[in-house]
Design a protein around this ligand. Structure first.
Ligand SMILES: NC(=O)c1ccc[n+]([C@@H]2O[C@H](COP(=O)([O-])OP(=O)(O)OC[C@H]3O[C@@H](n4cnc5c(N)ncnc54)[C@H](O)[C@@H]3O)[C@@H](O)[C@H]2O)c1
Length: 246
């Protein structure tokens, strides 16, 4: 028996990286998984490989949200797990950051998460219980240089999670945020290992490690809502002032 038997899970940005790992593990645990993305070839191929369903869904498109949720509700059943995972990163110093880049990052990472939560509420309420897992970042816990829009978007996701948890508790819907540190995915291609060397766990994390946390939050964390779950190798615990003295 799987931990998610009978449940329908919709994952945004599920064609690759962490989203693909969530999809694989949730299928293994018995869920009906709906992968959504804007990378149609990769998304459809992954769905075919693991026995999931693929829909194109640009998370910034409100109409697409309405149509995908309505079709999944009719064909697969009430959605009881939503992972708002789609995201983009863009580096630029605040002095030269463009309005266009600001709007792109906020639009996908933050507004897309809001659209997703709002779109599934009725379907999730009819499922009887549900969980929304919003993928923030350690950039939603602390600041980073040259990443102002990304950091703002991920702090926004963290705050939105808390407000939504308050609004949706009476419907039996839990809302939580995951805050990964550096994880090896296409997003971090080219990021060097040196950026992890001051962490207590001095390596990049793997997508599968984050997927196990999301599975725990969906299946077992039945008394947790509105709160943060950090998975970062200790990147945000503090600053090591000296090397280990032994
Ligand atoms: N990799 C890391 O180190 C790291 C750390 C912290 C948080 N995150 C967050 O984790 C999430 C997943 O990132 P990842 O590392 O797997 O990156 P990734 O680039 O491998 O995957 C992101 C996915 O989102 C999709 N996407 C982008 N724009 C979209 C849109 N408008 N609509 C729908 N889908 C869209 C992409 O096509 C891609 O499949 C993101 O929210 C990211 O910000 C990543």
């Amino acid at each position: 028996m799987g931990k998610l038997d009978g449940r329908v899970a919709l994952i945004t940005g599920g064609a690759r990286g962490m989203g693909a790992a969530h999809a694989r593990l949730m299928v293994e645990e018995g869920a009906t998984v709906v992968i959504t993305d804007v990378l149609d070839d990769e998304g459809a191929a992954l769905a075919e490989e693991i026995g999931a369903v693929y829909h194109r869904l640009d998370v910034t498109d409100e109409d697409a949200w309405a149509s995908v949720v309505s079709s999944v509700h009719a064909e697969q059943g009430a959605i009881s797990i939503l992972i708002n995972n789609a995201g983009v990163v863009g580096f630029s110093p605040i002095a030269t950051a463009t309005t266009e880049e600001w709007n792109r990052v906020i639009g996908i990472n933050l507004t897309g998460t809001f659209f997703g939560m709002r779109a599934v509420i009725e379907s999730m309420s009819s499922a009887g219980d549900g969980v929304i897992i919003n993928i923030s970042s350690t950039a939603g816990i602390q600041g980073y240089s040259n990443l102002s829009a990304y950091v703002a978007s991920k702090w926004g996701v963290r705050g939105l999670t808390k407000s939504a948890a308050l609004d949706l508790g009476h419907r039996g819907i839990r809302v939580v945020s995951i805050h990964p540190g550096p994880i090896r995915t296409p997003m971090t291609d080219g990021f060097g290992d040196e950026m992890t060397q001051s962490q207590p766990i001095a390596r990049f994390g793997e997508s599968e490690e984050v997927a196990k946390l999301a599975l725990f939050l969906a299946a077992d964390a039945t008394y947790s809502t509105g709160t943060e779950f950090i998975i970062d190798g200790g990147a945000t615990v503090g600053q090591a002032l000296q090397p280990p003295q032994e």
